[in-house]
Design a protein around this ligand. Structure first.
Ligand SMILES: NC(=O)NCCC[C@H](N)C(=O)O
Length: 290
């Protein structure tokens, strides 16, 4: 099967790219990778396997990037080195220097799978997948921050505008600093095409106004849980509209999603997500949503 295509954040997830944490994270140095005290490679690997079980149980086919002890610990966060469109994959260019080898891993995997490459973001351009949000099939919002720059956003526009897609850039705040991970997707998780979980105080104001103008309902994530989890309470993966996978331990955020009609499944992720600054969305790169 070489089916691909995704210009929605929440259409049913059919096929997704992941990388096991078992070998990738095994020897990672906490300080070098900017991981928190809770990082524990063996526990992170078990938690990653539990997420993969939930993803598979949703009916999605997982395509695995070749496992290997290449020391690329962050390569488990497959959302970031490539973006999928209905016209093929876009190979991205990382803002975090330690992650620079990862886009090549994605390109090799797409080639093996027979998924076409639409184009590449090239240095000095930088775009990470976590900064990209499909507002609808014709509108891609991109957060401009420490991981994604204007040169990268312009290259993305050059690739997608010919396909009728508007690419809109929005400035992100610095928040915890240049070493930390704050993507646009750190402050919004789409739950359905017309519904998103947000931490509104950190949303770019013009992006907030766009969401409202497009009629997208906003569910407010609980502020205490957002801060306690370093933002990961908000990082929620839709496997279908209003069917989501979230990190366990944030009952107020979960209840808010349920009140908005969502079915929420959770997995323990202290060693994998809270410690390493990436949640279930970040651990998955959708190849096909339809
Ligand atoms: N899309 C995401 O928010 N990805 C999280 C990536 C976490 C990883 N430790 C990083 O700093 O890049």
């Amino acid at each position: 099967m070489n089916a691909y295509g995704s210009q929605s954040m929440a259409a049913p997830l059919r096929r997704v790219l992941m990388r096991s944490a078992a070998n990738a994270m095994r020897g990672a140095d906490r300080a070098q990778w900017h991981y928190g005290a809770g990082f524990e490679p063996a526990r992170a690997a078990r938690q990653h396997a539990a997420l993969a079980d939930l993803v598979a149980a949703s009916g999605a086919t997982i395509e695995w990037i070749d496992d290997g002890e290449d020391g690329l610990s962050d390569s488990v966060f497959t959302h970031d080195p490539s973006l999928m469109s209905d016209h093929g994959a876009i190979i991205l260019s990382m803002g975090k220097a330690l992650r620079e080898p990862e886009p090549a891993l994605h390109e090799q995997t797409y080639t093996r799978l027979g998924v076409p490459i639409l184009g590449r973001i090239e240095a000095p351009g930088q775009v990470e997948g976590g900064d990209c949000v499909w507002v609808d099939a014709r509108t891609l919002a991109i957060g401009r921050g420490v991981r994604t720059n204007q040169a990268g956003i312009q290259q993305m526009a050059n690739l997608l505008t010919p396909h009728g897609i508007d690419v809109l850039g929005y400035d992100l705040p610095l928040w915890h600093g240049e070493e930390a991970c704050l993507h646009l997707m750190s402050v919004i998780s789409p739950l359905a095409d017309d519904l998103a979980l947000v931490y509104a105080p950190l949303l770019p104001a013009a992006f907030y106004q766009l969401l409202k103008a497009r009629g997208i309902g906003l569910v407010e994530g609980d502020a205490d849980e957002f801060f306690a989890s370093n933002g990961l309470s908000l990082n929620v993966l839709p496997t279908a509209p209003r069917e989501v996978i979230a990190v366990a331990g944030f009952p107020k955020t979960k209840a808010a999603m349920e009140a908005a009609g969502c079915v929420v499944k959770t997995f323990e992720a202290d060693a994998l997500c809270i410690a390493c600054e990436g949640g279930p969305t970040c651990l998955t790169r959708p190849i096909l949503r339809q």
